[in-house]
Design a protein around this ligand. Structure first.
Ligand code: GLC
Length: 457
C-alpha cells in the first residue's frame, strides 16, 4: 500500500507548474492524449482534489499560491480585455507560457476549450477550496485582500442575479462542469446544484466579504434555504416517488398542484422501474418543465451527501443504492460517472453523435477513478467507511499498473479508456485523498466543516 501511495504522490509532484519560481498549479496529465494538448494546463476543478490533499498533508502554501494565481488571472483578464458577457467568471484552466521577456499566464475561460464551454463550476470549486484552506490553516489573510472579496461578491452576484427562472436552481448550458462536452446535461444539472449549495455554505463561513454587502449576504442565505428544500423535495427519486410520478395528474393549474413540472409518466425511461431497489434512492440528474432526467450522476449525489444537501434518510438511501447496485455504479474500477449510458438515438441526439462519448465510454457511462475521494467522503459522513474501503482496494490494485488512466471504458468499467490520458493527476490525487479521509476520521469535518443539524447522518 505504501508503495502505491508514494507513486501517486510522485505523479502529483512531477506535475507541478511553476510561475516565477513558485509552484502555482498542477498539469491535468503528464501523458495527455495527443489530440488534447490542453491537458498540460492546470484545471481549477482538477487541482481542487490535489489541493484538498495538500491541505491534509501539511502543504497549504501550494493551495494558497493556486488560489492567489486564479485571483490574479481574473484581474488580468478583466483589466486587459474586459469580459463583457460574464464578468468575474473563473477560468477552466491556465498554463504558464515561457516567453523571451519572461513568463506569462494564459487562461482559458472556455474561449479556447473544445466546444467553447464556460466552466460554471470553476468559481464554485475555487470558493469551496478557499473555505477548506481557511478552516484547516486558520489563515484568513486572503479574505482581507480587496480582490478576493471582490471575487466572492462577484461570484455571488452572478449566481444570484435575476433570470427568467422561477426555480431556485441555477440554469446553465450543456457541458458547464466536469462533464464538459455535450451530454444532454443542459438546464439544471444536479452536479452544479450541489456545488452551488456547497459554495453558498462556504460563502456563509467566509464572512469578511459580508461587511461589504449585507443585502447580498441575506439574499444568499434565503437562496440556500430554498435550494435545499427544493432539491430534497423535487429531485428525489425512490420507489415511492416513482409511484407518485406514475399516478399524478397532469395539466394542473394553480399554486396547490403536486405535479408542478407537468411531467408525463411516459417520459420516464423504461430502465428506471426494474432498476430502482427498495431500500434505495437518489437525486435525479436534471429537472425542468416537462422534463426529468433520471440518470444517476455520481458526483452530484455524493456531493449532496458531503454538503448535507441530502437529509439523513436520503444520504442513507443513496449509499443503499450503491450497495445494491454495486456492479452498475462501481463496477471493476470505481466509480461510474453516470448510469446508464445514452445509446442509439438518444446518444445521437443528445451528444451530437460524439464518438468520444460513445456508450459506456468517457462521460457517457465511463468509470472515473477521481470520484473515489468524494465517495470516501460520503461514506465517512454516513458512517459506512467499509464501502469506501472496498472500492479503494479495487482501485489500488489496478491504477498504478494501468498507469493512472483518466477513465475506464465498458459497462463495468473494466478497460482503461481507449482515448484516456495516462498519468492523469486527479486519478492519483483521488486515490491519495480518499486514503487520507478513510485513515483520519476527523479529516472530512476539518476540510468541509460539520454538517448542519438537519442533515446530520
Ligand atoms: C476533461 C474532463 C474535465 C477535466 C479535464 C482535465 O475535459 O471532462 O472534467 O477537468 O479533462 O482533466
Amino acid at each position: 500500500m505504501e508503495q502505491i501511495l508514494q507513486k501517486a504522490q510522485r505523479l502529483i509532484e512531477d506535475a507541478a507548474i511553476t510561475f516565477e519560481e513558485r509552484p502555482v498549479g498542477l498539469m491535468a496529465a503528464h501523458n495527455g492524449h495527443p489530440s488534447a494538448p490542453n491537458y498540460r494546463d492546470c484545471f481549477v476543478r482538477d487541482f481542487t482534489v490535489s489541493g484538498l490533499w495538500f491541505l491534509l498533508d501539511g502543504q497549504p502554501e501550494w493551495v494558497r499560491n493556486f488560489l492567489e494565481t486564479v485571483l490574479e488571472i481574473r484581474e488580468q483578464e478583466l483589466a486587459i480585455e474586459g469580459h463583457e458577457i460574464l464578468p468575474g467568471i473563473m477560468p477552466a484552466s491556465f498554463r504558464v507560457a515561457k516567453q523571451a521577456d519572461g513568463e506569462q499566464i494564459l487562461a482559458d475561460f472556455g474561449d479556447r476549450a473544445i466546444g467553447r464551454v464556460a466552466p460554471v463550476d470553476s468559481m464554485m470549486w475555487w470558493t469551496i477550496l478557499l473555505a477548506a484552506y481557511v478552516r484547516v490553516t486558520g489563515d484568513r489573510s486572503l479574505l482581507e485582500r480587496p480582490d478576493c472579496r471582490d471575487a466572492l461578491r462577484t461570484t455571488l452576484t452572478l449566481c444570484l442575479q435575476g433570470s427568467f427562472e422561477v426555480f431556485p436552481t441555477l440554469l446553465v448550458p450543456d457541458a458547464a462542469f466536469m462533464i464538459d462536452r455535450r451530454m444532454g446535461v443542459y438546464g439544471h444539472p444536479l452536479e452544479i446544484q450541489a456545488l452551488f449549495y456547497g459554495m453558498l455554505l462556504a460563502m456563509a463561513e467566509l464572512s469578511e466579504w459580508v461587511e461589504d454587502d449585507q443585502a447580498l449576504a441575506r439574499r444568499a442565505e434565503r437562496r440556500q434555504t430554498r435550494l435545499l428544500d427544493y432539491i430534497r423535495r423535487y429531485y428525489w427519486m425512490d420507489r415511492k416517488r416513482l409511484g407518485e410520478l406514475y399516478r399524478e395528474q397532469e395539466e394542473e393549474l394553480g399554486s396547490q398542484v403536486r405535479n408542478i413540472f407537468n411531467l408525463y409518466p411516459e417520459s420516464i425511461p423504461e430502465w428506471v422501474d426494474p432498476w430502482l431497489p427498495e431500500p434505495g434512492g437518489y437525486f435525479t440528474g436534471n429537472l425542468g418543465v416537462g422534463r426529468i432526467d433520471p440518470r444517476f450522476f455520481a458526483q452530484g449525489n455524493l456531493l449532496a451527501i458531503l454538503f448535507g444537501l441530502a437529509d439523513s434518510e436520503q444520504a442513507r438511501a443513496i449509499m443503499d443504492l450503491y450497495e445494491t447496485r454495486w456492479d452498475d455504479l462501481m463496477g471493476a474500477m470505481p466509480l461510474k460517472i453516470v448510469f446508464p449510458a445514452l445509446e442509439g438515438e438518444a446518444w445521437r441526439l443528445q451528444t451530437g453523435s460524439d464518438p468520444k462519448n460513445r456508450p459506456w465510454s468517457y462521460h457517457n457511462g465511463g468509470n472515473w477513478p477521481v470520484l473515489l475521494w468524494v465517495f470516501a467522503a460520503a461514506a465517512v459522513r454516513t458512517g459506512r467507511p467499509e464501502m469506501a474501503e472496498r472500492a479503494w482496494k479495487q482501485a489500488a490494485e489496478r491504477l498504478a499498473g494501468d498507469q493512472w488512466p483518466e477513465y475506464y471504458d465498458g459497462r463495468h468499467g473494466g478497460q482503461p479508456g481507449e482515448q484516456a490520458n495516462r498519468d492523469q493527476v486527479w486519478s492519483a490525487a483521488g486515490l491519495l485523498l480518499s486514503r487520507r479521509l478513510l485513515d483520519d476520521a476527523g479529516a472530512t469535518d476539518r476540510l468541509f466543516g460539520f454538517l448542519p443539524r438537519d442533515s446530520r447522518q
